[in-house]
Design a protein around this ligand. Sequence first.
Ligand SMILES: N[C@@H](CCC(=O)N[C@@H](CS)C(=O)NCC(=O)O)C(=O)O
Length: 223
Amino acid sequence: MITLYTTERAYSYGVLRSTNASKVKVVLEEKGLDYSIVNLPPGDLWKKPPDMLRKHPLGKVPYLDDGDYTIYDSTVINEYLNEAYPDPGLMPTVPVLRAQVRMLENFADEAILTGYLPLIWLPWWTSEEKRDRKSMAHGRDELRSKVLPYIEDVLKATHDQTDGEAYLCGDFSLADPPYMAMAMVFAVDGFDLSEFPRVHAYLERLRARPSYRAISPATPLPD
Ligand SMILES: N[C@@H](CCC(=O)N[C@@H](CS)C(=O)NCC(=O)O)C(=O)O
């Protein structure tokens, strides 16, 4: 049995979820795996109680139990799931394409999920009066100037070789789940993507996948 440890909380404007754990949820869903969720209180991410540190030495989410094993770090977990449960495969077989998937996944992790997205996302977890508007505006500006132009170019290059309906590396792959987490944040934030039409259409395609339901702000927490 697989158990995913994450943090999710319901607000009047939608359910907010850990972005890194959302990457993993998408892969669990894409593979049709049975899993349960342990929803840790957001405060545990700061307090890092001993039970959490025993499972993840950095006291972060996600981590995942699969039988007797615990695996942490969303990228490592997703590669593990793809190897342990190979159907459907989410990695190409050609080495240079595998490298491309890993580069785009790493770009999302560094530039987006740990880079600029938290400047927008963390304030949404606090009350409206306490929200740091300056940080949110800075996060949006940095994404617009340093991140989204690159993704727009990658999508243009991919689309020039495909039918224009492709994902980041052609078929849906491990490169895409972190951008699904970004799509989730942008849905709550109402982020304006009119300058980036390819990114806008790509995020809409991601939101149309059945696996997005598991991370959508519109999907209620289980009772
Ligand atoms: N590289 C890690 C990053 C995990 C991460 O930063 N998770 C956030 C929640 S989305 C967290 O636990 N933050 C608390 C902290 O950084 O101490 C991964 O991909 O799993």
